[in-house]
Design a protein around this ligand. Structure first.
Ligand SMILES: [Zn+2]
Length: 278
């Protein structure tokens, strides 16, 4: 605080000089100015210090574009109120932003969840489709295998004559099926032809087939063969026409069954166990 501070009315008037500075009490400035002003004396030499101070303040305030106008005070107050409102608005806006951010985060999370769900559903659908395709493939393979492994009768329209057993003191290891010459003779199941040709042992035109389970069938006395060694045959595929070639007393198919290409067994019994009843 400079020595030139003026705080009372009893100080004798001194001769102010240009450039002196005064600190003006707040009370002198009324309600317009909310603090002390340090003002520069401007031509107040003939005035009392009080008057000079007031004049300086007025000049300075005027020079600063300030007035003691109540309207200005109201405006300033309104501005402060406005400033408060602005702060409130800023706070509200911040809250809105926070809320909006939270909402956006929530929406994003929901969208992500929906996307995840859609992806999972798509994956499940793809998996189900693949599983269905695999099952269809398995089913088709099973059907194909079942079809390939089915057993069928060698001829149709036959009469059972000599069966498996002793005939005239001699073993007959076959089942004879009497039928007209030229009756189609079929493979019993899927297999490979292991002999097809003339037999020097009395079987005439003779065909042997080894099936998928290892069983071998013999079919003899045919009039004509339709397959050759090595041919792959399917169940029911025609392999010959029946006849009476070789050591035969009449048109018929001489059928032998050799499980595992071993000893012959009773054809009717074996076929019955494979669903074929002669
Ligand atoms: Zn026979």
């Amino acid at each position: 605080m400079p020595k030139t501070s003026y705080t009372g009315r009893h100080r004798p008037a001194s001769k102010p000089s240009r450039g002196r500075q005064f600190v003006v009490p707040v009370a002198l400035l009324g309600t317009t100015v909310a603090g002390g002003f340090v003002v520069r004396d401007a031509g107040a030499s003939e005035l009392s210090p009080e008057a000079a101070a007031m004049k300086n303040v007025s000049n300075s305030v005027a020079g600063l574009g300030l007035t003691a106008d109540p309207d200005a005070l109201a405006a300033a107050t309104a501005n402060r109120a406005g400033a408060r409102s602005s702060r409130d608005m800023a706070r509200d806006a911040k809250n809105l932003i926070v809320d909006a951010t939270a909402s956006a985060s929530g929406a994003a999370a929901q969208a992500q969840a929906a996307a995840d769900q859609a992806t999972a559903a798509q994956a499940a659908a793809t998996k189900a489709k693949a599983a269905a395709a695999a099952k269809a493939k398995r089913d088709a393979a099973e059907r194909a295998l079942a079809a390939a492994h089915r057993w069928v009768a060698p001829v149709s329209g036959y009469t059972l004559t000599s069966g498996f057993g002793f005939r005239w003191g001699k073993m007959h290891p076959a089942q004879d099926l009497a039928c007209a010459v030229g009756t189609p003779v079929h493979a019993l199941s899927s297999g490979t032809v292991i002999f097809a040709g003339w037999s020097n042992e009395g079987y005439g035109n003779f065909v042997k087939i080894r099936y998928w389970d290892g069983t071998v069938s013999w079919m003899a006395h045919n009039s004509r063969l339709l397959v050759a060694v090595g041919d792959e045959v399917a169940p029911g595929q025609q392999v010959a026409y029946s006849g009476s070639t070789g050591n035969s007393t009449g048109p018929h198919v001489h059928l032998e069954i050799h499980p595992g290409d071993g000893a012959a067994v009773a054809p009717r019994t074996w076929l019955a166990s494979h669903g074929i009843n002669l």
